[in-house]
Every structure is written in structure tokens, then in C-alpha cells.
Design a protein around this ligand. Structure first.
Ligand SMILES: NC(=O)c1ccc[n+]([C@@H]2O[C@H](COP(=O)([O-])OP(=O)(O)OC[C@H]3O[C@@H](n4cnc5c(N)ncnc54)[C@H](O)[C@@H]3O)[C@@H](O)[C@H]2O)c1
Length: 269
């Protein structure tokens, strides 16, 4: 069990949204927090406001990730890594640029592998560490219009589960956190209709709590935990009807004006 008070915590994508809320939550619980983000000005502003340390980080660049981890470790070994950085493009798969889809996969899934690969040797040696991989309910429920996002999040859930089994008894725990739709820039302009929605703070609480209970998978909200079973067991036509009822017929649709700022940001680089 890791004592959060005094723990060293690294959070990727910590400049805003769920990452920022998570940083605030850990700081409120007495941890020391490093946030890495490709948007350095916002990360620095966030860090100044909440009492964290900001670092320039592109999670898709191994050297950049290594430098982030090394910078945090000048203060001592990392106790907790939160792989949170993520992006989401929307729309018909064939209508979107392949390069953007490959980048989405690299940020949402590839970088999770990189982060774990960088911190795990030290954690195993110390027999002490906790890793949180921020997945999504899209890692249990497939949704047309975000096929690549679903692929990345199913990947994060599967990776986390296999890794957790591999690390059993090692002193290192792994939790995949699967939030429902959350009010951040990532969902700006998205028509969420009847989907359950969350604040970033609710997700942050679930992430920080996982250090204490160490469970393998945490859905937010908790009552959505059986949703993967529903996806597997319900016949496809009924599932389709249900998804249309909850999410609307226009999968991958969004208000382009409201989403423009977000898309401009994630399309860079
Ligand atoms: N918002 C939701 O509805 C929702 C639901 C479930 C899961 N999630 C997941 O939660 C995580 C955080 O999402 P959010 O909603 O807070 O999004 P957000 O856009 O508000 O914040 C994401 C942060 O990640 C950073 N980032 C993006 N690419 C990066 C890169 N290559 N290197 C470093 N930093 C990078 C961005 O600059 C941004 O600050 C993501 O993994 C997302 O998939 C979000």
C-alpha cells in the first residue's frame, strides 16, 4: 500500500481536464506532483495555480517521456504514474486522415506502453509503485464514429489487465480507470444526449482512490461496471437500438463551431 502523503506522482496530460483535476486531488492529499504536457504554457499556468511542477512532454516521443521521468526523479523515485494524456477525433473512419488516426493510437495507447516501460524497472526493484492507465467506457463499449478511439481504449484496458496479472506479487499495482463522458475540452461540441456525464473532479477522485484499494478496473460511475458484459451478451440488433436511444443516430456528429478550438489544438503536431 502506498502512502499518498509525500508520494511523488507523475501525470501525463496534466495541463487541463481530468489530468489537472487529478493533480489537484493528489496535491490535496499531500502528494508532490509533476505534470507533463505538450501544451507547456497551459501546464505552467496550471502548475503555478495548484502547486505542481510543469514539464514539457510529448508522450509519443520516447526521449521526451524519458526526460520527463528523469526530471521528476531528481527529487526521488516515482511512486505513482498516471498515464492520462489522450485525444479523440470523431467521424466516419474512412473520412478521416489516416495519419491523425495513427497519432490518436500513438497518444492513447502507444504512450501508455512507453510510460510503463520507463517507470516499471525502478518500481519492481523497489517492490513499490502504482500505475493508473486512464482508459474510458469506450474501452468496453464500441461506438461508431470513434472507432480508433475505441480501439485505443480497448487496448489500454487489455494491456492493463495483462500487465496486472504479470505483476501480481511484485509490489507494483496497475489500475485501469474507465470514465464515462466527462465535461472537458475533449467532449466540447459533442452531443452526449442521454449518456451519463461526469465532472473531471469525479474522475480524479476515482484515480486517487485507486492508490488505496488497488483494484484492477474502476468504472466511473461504478454502476457502469457490468457494461462490458452487456456489450458481449446482448444481441447486436438490440444493442444497436440501445446505443441509438442513448447516443442518438448521428454517431460521430458534433457541433463544429463548439469543437473547433479542441480540434485545432489536437491537429497540431
Ligand atoms: N472527457 C471525456 O469524456 C473522457 C472520458 C473517458 C476517458 N477520457 C480520457 O481521459 C484522458 C484525459 O482527457 P481529458 O478529457 O481531460 O482531455 P483534455 O483534452 O481536456 O486534456 C488532455 C490533455 O492531454 C494533453 N496531451 C494531448 N496529447 C499529448 C501528448 N502527445 N503529449 C502530452 N500531452 C498531451 C493535452 O495537451 C491536454 O492538456 C484521456 O486519456 C481521455 O481519453 C476522457
Amino acid at each position: 500500500m502506498i502512502e499518498v502523503r509525500g508520494a511523488r506522482v507523475c501525470i501525463t496530460g496534466g495541463a487541463r481536464g481530468i489530468g489537472r483535476a487529478t493533480a489537484e486531488e493528489f496535491i490535496a492529499r499531500g502528494a508532490r506532483v509533476w505534470i507533463g504536457d505538450r501544451d507547456l504554457p497551459v501546464a505552467e499556468q496550471t502548475a503555478a495555480e495548484i502547486g505542481a511542477t510543469a514539464y514539457a512532454l510529448d508522450v509519443t516521443d520516447e526521449d521526451s517521456f524519458r526526460a520527463f521521468v528523469a526530471a521528476a526523479e531528481t527529487d526521488g523515485p516515482i511512486d505513482i504514474l498516471v498515464n492520462n494524456a489522450g485525444v479523440q477525433f470523431m467521424g466516419g473512419f474512412a473520412d478521416q486522415e489516416l495519419a491523425a488516426m495513427q497519432r490518436e493510437l500513438a497518444v492513447n495507447l502507444g504512450a501508455v506502453l512507453t510510460g510503463v516501460h520507463l517507470v516499471l524497472p525502478g518500481m519492481r526493484l523497489r517492490r513499490h509503485g502504482h500505475i493508473v492507465n486512464v482508459a474510458s467506457m469506450a474501452g468496453k463499449i464500441t461506438t461508431p464514429g470513434i472507432a480508433t478511439y475505441c480501439a485505443s481504449k480497448f487496448g489500454v484496458v487489455a494491456f492493463s489487465r495483462a500487465l496486472r496479472a504479470e505483476l501480481a506479487g511484485s509490489g507494483v499495482t496497475v489500475t485501469a480507470v474507465l470514465p464515462a463522458a466527462t465535461h472537458t475540452d475533449l467532449t466540447s461540441g459533442v452531443r452526449l444526449r442521454l449518456q451519463p456525464t461526469l465532472t473531471p473532479q469525479q474522475v480524479a477522485t476515482a484515480i486517487a482512490d485507486s492508490v488505496c484499494h488497488g483494484r484492477g478496473e474502476v468504472t466511473v460511475p461504478r454502476w457502469l461496471a457490468p457494461i462490458g458484459v452487456v456489450e458481449e451478451l446482448i444481441p447486436a440488433p438490440i444493442l444497436w437500438w440501445l446505443k441509438r436511444f442513448v447516443g442518438g443516430a448521428e454517431y460521430g456528429g458534433y457541433d463544429a463551431t463548439q469543437r473547433k478550438g479542441y480540434l485545432d489544438r489536437i491537429q497540431q503536431g
